[in-house]
Design a protein around this ligand. Structure first.
Ligand code: PLP
Length: 415
């Protein structure tokens, strides 16, 4: 098989592919594993009931049902749905938007591929870059650029909090934008660390982006106002200069592949064009299934009163199980889990790499994600890359409770 350079680039990351394969097998039940890897959202009973109700409603409305399944939508996605979302965000959060500021994509992952390749890569003899102002960042960005060497990431400032917690901050003192930066991107809440950039950090990044006339992408896959998996106060906002990315996945609908991009109309136009070239049209079902929840605003209540407390409770239980298994036995630190589904745990005395730790844990039936994968975009050594792992608590208390003592035992052996 002869693959093009792009073909090789898209298929060559064997470490990550192996990891995805392990995670996929564990999720499908092919191998019996305690699943602390992956980013699948939890199946929440009350949300399941909501989706079933909405599914029934759709079944009984023949014209909506037919439109969902039997027609290609416009490149921007359902007009009715975009009008409803824009109205909701305008009325509740004073976002200055209408339907022209929104495009639906086949999952937000698909939107990142489009955005990174529209705003970075070769322009004649120049190469434009994507800057991630706070590493570690979402593993799913790592292989999204078609050109080599376009990602640049910046190490954080680390604040030590009351033991065992620490928190990352954007290190603005050393963050200097070079002329070749074409896009800035942050996830908020951040996958993997569970960090939530403060409003002031986000505003400072937006100011920097505006000064350099490049867009700031804010990946809000877990954030406010929905799905609302964040445990600290933030102001949901969008302003010109920003590209706000949202998703229906972490509401419990990852199978419907619906991403939402909010941006200025000229950006929406180019993203829609690229999306049409790649996909012809989007998946209609995500918009149809959530239409009445968006129109009534009920989606915000579900995020606030069902999803947020569900994960908050799981997070607290996971921290308690971790403390019980680790305290007095191994040295560890945890990033303050302010949002998303993860605990980002540091073992400062670990003598092996996090990838080696991953292998040893896999042999013991526990899957985690090694920290190293989240530090793309920099060759500078970062100590956290080798001694951190990402653990998800979304698969339930029982899984976490069983896995933590095994984790403690394996880490103890290699410290
Ligand atoms: N952004 C972040 C930070 C994520 O963790 C994920 C998935 O886990 C995505 C984007 C992609 O989500 P989707 O393509 O399902 O919208």
């Amino acid at each position: 098989m002869i693959l093009s350079d792009y073909g090789k680039k898209l298929t060559s990351k064997s470490g990550i592919l192996q990891l995805m394969d392990d995670l996929g097998k564990a999720m499908s039940g092919q191998t019996k594993m305690l699943m602390l890897g992956g980013g699948n959202p939890a199946v929440i009973e009350e949300m399941q009931q909501t989706w079933l109700q909405e599914w029934e409603r759709l079944q009984h409305d023949l014209s909506d049902f037919t439109a969902s399944l039997a027609f290609y939508d416009t490149p921007q996605g359902s007009l009715k749905w975009r009008v409803a979302l824009a109205e909701l965000l305008r009325h509740r959060y004073a976002m200055p938007i209408d339907e022209r500021n929104i495009v639906l994509t086949n999952g937000s992952q698909n939107a990142f591929f489009i955005l990174f390749n529209l705003f970075s890569g070769r322009i004649g003899t120049q190469k434009r870059k994507v800057l991630f102002p706070l590493a570690p960042e979402y593993i799913g960005y790592a292989d999204q650029s078609l050109d080599e060497g376009v990602f640049v990431s910046h190490p954080p400032k680390i604040e030590l909090l009351e033991s065992p917690f620490f928190k990352y901050h954007v290190d603005f003192d050393s963050l200097h934008l070079t002329d070749d930066v074409g896009l800035i991107c942050v996830s908020r809440p951040t996958n993997p660390s569970g960090n939530v950039l403060t409003d002031s950090e986000l505003r400072q990044l937006l100011t920097l982006a505006r000064q350099h006339e490049v867009p700031l992408v804010v990946d809000n896959a877990y954030g406010a106002p929905f799905p609302g998996i964040l445990f600290t106060e933030v102001t949901p906002f969008w302003e010109p200069g920003m590209i706000l990315s949202m998703s229906l996945s972490k509401l419990g609908l990852p199978g419907l592949r619906t991403g939402i991009i909010i941006a200025e109309p000229e950006i929406i136009d180019v993203v829609s064009s690229a999306h049409a070239v790649m996909n012809l049209a989007g998946v209609n079902l995500g918009a149809s299934l959530t239409m009445s929840l968006i129109k009534s605003g009920q989606i915000l209540d579900l995020a606030q009163n069902v999803i947020k407390p569900y994960y908050f409770n799981l997070r607290n239980k996971a921290l308690a199980h971790m403390h019980e298994a680790f305290a007095g036995r191994i040295s560890y630190q945890v990033h303050l889990p302010e949002g998303a589904l993860f605990l980002w745990v540091k073992f400062p005395e670990l003598r092996i790499t996090s990838r080696e730790l991953y292998q040893h844990l896999k042999e013991r039936g526990v899957l985690v994600v090694p920290g190293e994968y989240f530090f793309f975009g920099s060759d500078a050594p970062n100590p956290d890359a080798h001694c951190c792992v990402r653990l998800t608590y979304s698969q339930g208390e029982e899984v976490v409770a069983q896995a933590m003592p095994i984790l403690a035992e394996v880490v103890e052996k290699y410290c």
